[in-house]
Design a protein. Structure first.
Length: 203
């Protein structure tokens, strides 16, 4: 287990590529979506940097579990997304660092937290080739040569006019190509897979 650990209680952020990013940045991720109550019994987590709680039915057991995690990881940061946690009813929950409503407004904050962990772990000039290497492997295995070209053009910051000029696509053909890329990479929007990477300064 690496020194920097993120526990994710949200399939949403795992889907955004957090698990892949953490692997390349040597951050450890535990997806605790269905086993949150068991975390306190996990003995091979020596240190936790960040706990993300999303859509969690709040119980006294959850509170006790977080208390135990805090005991073993004094620097633990907890980010609560959405309105599931009745903070006003628990004034003693001083270990809850942030509560953001609605949940989607917290993404930029999450990116900043991840970025700080990445900077503490490895320099960006080391992370960048690793992330791009993963990006190349995954995209190359799923996309056609033209789709791969468009994909790399998009992530390198080229605008639509430039891409259409280089590919010969019109706007309709380019939009269709983007939709195929998103479907094959299993993202709702092209930007979703790259949002965390850009927030960490990797792209």
């Amino acid at each position: 287990m690496n020194n920097n650990t993120i526990i994710v209680h949200s399939n949403y952020y795992a889907r955004l590529g957090l698990c892949i990013l953490s692997e390349e940045c040597q951050l450890s991720v535990w997806n605790a979506y269905s086993t949150f109550h068991e975390l306190s019994a996990v003995k091979d987590i020596p240190h936790i940097d960040l706990l993300i709680i999303d859509s969690l039915p709040w119980t006294a057991e959850n509170k006790d579990t977080i208390g135990i995690l805090r005991k073993y990881s004094p620097t633990l940061k907890i980010l609560v997304l959405g309105q599931q946690l009745p903070v006003a009813l628990y004034p003693d929950l001083n270990f809850i660092d942030q509560l953001y409503q609605p949940a989607n407004a917290s993404l930029s904050v999450l990116k900043n937290i991840i970025a700080s962990l990445v900077r503490a772990r490895r320099s960006s000039d080391t992370v960048l080739p690793a992330y791009k290497a993963w990006q190349d492997r995954r995209a190359s295995s799923l996309l056609s040569p033209m789709e791969l070209f468009v994909f790399h053009s998009i992530i390198s910051g080229k605008n639509a006019c430039s891409i259409m000029s280089e590919t010969g696509f019109d706007a309709k053909a380019l939009s269709a190509c983007k939709r195929r890329i998103m479907r094959k990479l299993n993202v709702t929007r092209m930007v979703d897979l790259l949002t965390l990477a850009r927030g960490c300064g990797l792209l």
